[in-house]
Design a protein around this ligand. Structure first.
Ligand SMILES: [Ca+2]
Length: 239
């Protein structure tokens, strides 16, 4: 059985079983996405081998309380994620309310930067970052078509120093499930950065009017005031 989704988004798996004859002359590949992001359901997560799904939950006393749980699963074609958020912390739904995805894509702590939100302090290793709105300008439709940037600051440094790079708007996709779950994917082939073959680390924050309101992974506030910086979520590819 061939699924046309990835042909439509021009995605090429690492070992494609290409077949000619797709609509519009596009190739079709034997790839059945394990997670559908157009079905308004997260039931397909329960079908995955739990040992291959990485999960982070929020601290009891977080500085940014808006995100409650994150699940991430990656195969050779896509990174899939599911985020549970607190609707009360997501009060406004406009095109300046969105999401950042931070990835230590080469799984190397000696490259990248941005330790502003994650541990360890003084050794940021984020290589790539996605930034985009979660709602459209009317505030009523969900469409995550983020920009893509690579770290441009000092190696292992901090700050908001990113170099935006062109990327297909099909690199990402997502849906809202109910009023408290975001489910989405990133297509590896369309990300212009070479990932480690084995694993990567990932963190996410949700922002409202340019201010973070939810962050995962996140630990308790060390002194009741500052962010409890936690390590990003380690995800091993299921290849
Ligand atoms: Ca890195």
């Amino acid at each position: 059985m061939c699924i046309t989704m990835l042909a439509v988004i021009a995605c090429k798996p690492k070992n494609p079983a290409e077949q000619p004859g797709g609509e519009g002359g596009e190739s079709m590949f034997d790839y059945i996405p394990p997670i559908a992001i157009n079905d308004k359901s997260v039931a397909d997560w329960d079908k995955l081998d739990k040992s291959k799904v990485s999960e982070a939950t929020c601290a009891n006393l977080p500085y940014f309380p808006g995100l409650k749980k994150m699940k991430v699963y990656a195969d050779s074609v896509c990174i899939f994620y599911m985020l549970e958020y607190d609707p009360q912390e997501m009060a406004s739904h406009t095109d300046v309310d969105g999401m950042h995805i931070y990835i230590n894509a080469d799984n190397n702590t000696e490259t990248g930067g941005f330790w502003d939100l994650f541990a360890p302090i003084n050794k940021g290793d984020v290589d790539i970052m996605f930034e985009g709105a979660l709602w459209d300008a009317d505030g009523n439709e969900f469409s995550y078509t983020p920009t893509f940037s690579t770290w441009s600051g000092q190696t292992n440094g901090e700050g908001w120093l990113w170099a935006e790079k062109p990327v297909s708007n099909k690199v990402a996709g997502s849906q809202l499930v109910g009023d408290n779950i975001i489910e989405g994917r990133l297509v590896l082939e369309l990300i212009p950065f070479t990932f480690d073959k084995v694993a990567f680390e990932i963190g996410v924050d949700i922002y409202q009017n340019f201010e973070s309101v939810g962050l995962l992974p996140q630990g308790d506030r060390p002194d009741g005031d500052h962010i409890g910086r936690a390590k990003k979520l380690y995800v091993k590819f299921d290849k």
